[in-house]
Design a protein around this ligand. Structure first.
Ligand code: NDP
Length: 332
């Protein structure tokens, strides 16, 4: 059993020396537990926060111990009622090959043979999908006819935000991403009305061109100049859902705030952060509504799949660099 340990807390960009891939015995499941052989591991931007000591919504990873994260795998031994060997479960003990999991913390999922790939439970039908759904519909109070801007638009959350908004009658959907290839994908495959590469020029200017009539909703995955640009283009009664601020996660100094917050007064604008963990009551509704869109192809998704536990760290760093299109997962 190989597992990734955090050795030291990264300052700025995480370095390989901050981590180690460690060999350890396959755990023995206790009463009420199942032994899972992981098949897909999730790597997510929020993990960067857990590598720091600063108090946040999730406790810091412990130094010298295995890290955690979403994972799906096959049960190979069960000491719990209701879960049998051969079942597949979603759980929270990623960054390792084998995990002993309390049955109460394991959610049974399909086997991957029903047309829904196992990896989808980490992405389009999992945590990032629900993040898109809850942030857009609940936090941003998105409604038919709204125009929407989403950053990180070719990523797991962002690509789903833009498409759900389209499917729910957005008047215009605009996305930003970090490469021309991603920008083409947004327009050609995901049906965005406009998209731009934020590396090609100032975000505010590119957004004004893409949204000449302004925006009603901004779904923020990035922060920084994206947030300021969005506030600058916000229409009357506009809403900003703050989902993430990936542009600042590796900063060693606090980033400057938006300089145009006064615009919220004249626009009666609202900015509100949210955490997906508070919105799991929406999970059944999310699966009921989004599941058929995924099955029919009305909502498209991509995954970037990296193979091998030894590449788990590189995959995580790749998410921070923007190597991924759609959800980044590690296949074991
Ligand atoms: P993504 O699949 O979107 O991957 C992250 C992407 O961020 C990269 O592909 C990269 O794409 C982009 N990026 C990296 N650095 C920058 C930068 N400096 N400026 C602009 N874009 C950058 O990840 P997720 O979909 O999993 O997460 C998206 C956001 O949502 C993150 O901020 C994350 O923290 C947040 N989140 C919040 C949750 C919540 O409960 N609030 C739950 C889940 C996610 P590019 O090539 O376009 O730069």
């Amino acid at each position: 059993n190989r597992e990734w340990h955090l050795l030291s807390r990264p300052v700025g960009w995480p370095k390989p020396e901050d981590f180690a891939l460690v060999e350890s015995p396959v755990p023995t499941p206790g009463e009420g537990q199942v032994l899972v052989r992981n098949k897909y591991l999730s790597v997510d931007p929020y993990m960067r926060g857990r590598m720091s000591a600063a108090k946040s919504y999730a406790a810091p990873f412990e130094l010298g111990k295995v890290m955690q994260g979403g994972a799906v795998g096959e049960v190979i031994e069960s000491k719990a009622e209701g879960i049998e060997p051969g079942d597949h479960v979603l759980h929270f003990f990623g960054w390792r090959e084998y995990a002993a999991v309390d049955a109460k913390n394991a959610v049974k999922v399909g086997t991957g043979a029903e047309g829904v790939p196992l990896s989808a439970y980490l992405g389009v039908l999992g945590m990032t999908g629900l993040t898109a759904y809850a942030g857009l519909l609940r936090t941003a109070s998105f409604k038919e006819g709204d125009s929407l801007f989403v950053s990180g638009a070719a990523g797991a959350v962002g690509s789903q935000v833009g498409q759900i908004a389209k499917l729910k009658g957005a008047s215009r959907v605009i996305g930003s991403a970090g490469s021309d290839e991603k920008v083409r994908l947004l327009v050609d495959e995901y049906g965005f009305d406009a998209a731009f590469n934020y590396k090609n020029g100032p975000v505010a200017e590119q957004l004004r061109q893409a949204a000449p009539d302004g925006i009603d909703v901004y779904f923020d995955n990035v922060g920084g100049d994206h947030l300021e640009a969005a506030i600058g283009s916000l229409n009357q009664g506009g809403r900003v859902a703050v989902c993430g601020m990936i542009s600042v996660y590796n900063n060693t100094e606090p980033a400057p705030g938006p300089r145009n917050l006064a615009r919220l007064i004249q626009t009666r604008g609202r900015i509100e952060g949210f955490l997906v963990g508070d919105h799991y009551d929406l999970q059944p509704q999310f699966v009921q509504e989004v599941g058929p869109w995924v099955a029919s192809g009305a909502l498209k998704y991509r995954e970037t799949v990296v193979e091998g536990i030894e590449n788990n760290l590189e995959a995580f760093l790749g998410v921070l660099r923007g190597d991924n299109i759609g959800k980044m997962v590690v296949k074991l």
